[in-house]
Ligand binder design. Structure first.
Ligand SMILES: CC(C)(COP(=O)(O)OP(=O)(O)OC[C@H]1O[C@@H](n2cnc3c(N)ncnc32)[C@H](O)[C@@H]1OP(=O)(O)O)[C@@H](O)C(=O)NCCC(=O)NCCS
Length: 183
């Protein structure tokens, strides 16, 4: 199996942080945490995360459930990984509808890799992905001024995600073809 992927890089020193000063789209509010998901948001975090399968090439991503979210949190805790999450909550329902997370490793303060960003299908194309990622960037840079660069990999056909990252200051570092097979 082959998959074309784009690696995008944010070099903190090259970006104007003003481009991250975004207000929440009308009808939504931001929430954030390090480590454990607040219990009242757990079910909607898991269901929003399951929509990662709308992205190309995500066959190996888990089918997120509340139990799996808790298991991943426990793994991070045991490994000394700081797991930061930013979500958008729909005011009318109190449910999480947009999610993004970053893991910070204890032995690498200057660099990190950004993994998942997901918006529930009904809430897409309203600026929520850009909003939660911009909020994460402001939060990270406030607490971790030593962070110099962030890399993220996206399927080459995932134009909305690539576009969101570009608007935040990420530039395409390279395109790679990933070849894999089951053993
Ligand atoms: C990718 C995803 C997170 C984007 O979320 P979103 O809230 O809809 O994104 P935003 O509204 O902030 O921005 C979308 C941008 O993509 C653009 N866009 C949307 N569809 C597009 C398309 N088919 N081609 C090119 N650009 C497109 C929008 O115009 C917007 O750009 P703009 O700000 O310049 O107008 C969402 O579609 C999603 O959850 N997809 C499934 C999971 C996924 O692919 N996650 C990423 C892999 S980790």
């Amino acid at each position: 199996m082959t998959a074309s992927r784009v690696v995008q890089r944010l070099t903190v020193a090259d970006v104007e942080p003003e481009s991250w000063e975004l207000s929440a789209p009308v009808g939504y509010r931001v929430e954030r945490w390090i480590g454990a998901t607040p219990e009242h948001l757990l079910v909607s975090v898991a269901s929003t995360r399951r929509a990662i399968h709308d992205a190309p090439d995500t066959a190996r991503d888990p089918e997120w459930t509340p139990e799996l979210v808790r298991a991943a949190e426990a793994e991070d805790l045991a490994a000394g990984v700081e797991h930061r999450v930013v979500v958008a909550v729909e005011e009318a329902t109190g449910l999480v509808v947009a999610f993004t997370d970053v893991q910070l490793y204890p032995d690498d303060f200057e660099h990190t890799v950004w993994h998942d960003t997901v918006v529930a299908p009904r809430h897409r194309a309203r600026g929520l992905a850009r909003f939660v990622k911009a909020h994460m960037l402001r939060w990270l840079l406030t607490d971790r001024p030593e962070l110099e660069r962030i890399d993220t990999g996206t399927a080459a056909s995932n134009f909305p995600m690539i576009r969101v990252n570009e608007r935040l200051g990420f530039v395409t570092a390279r395109e790679v073809v990933v070849v894999s097979r089951s053993v």
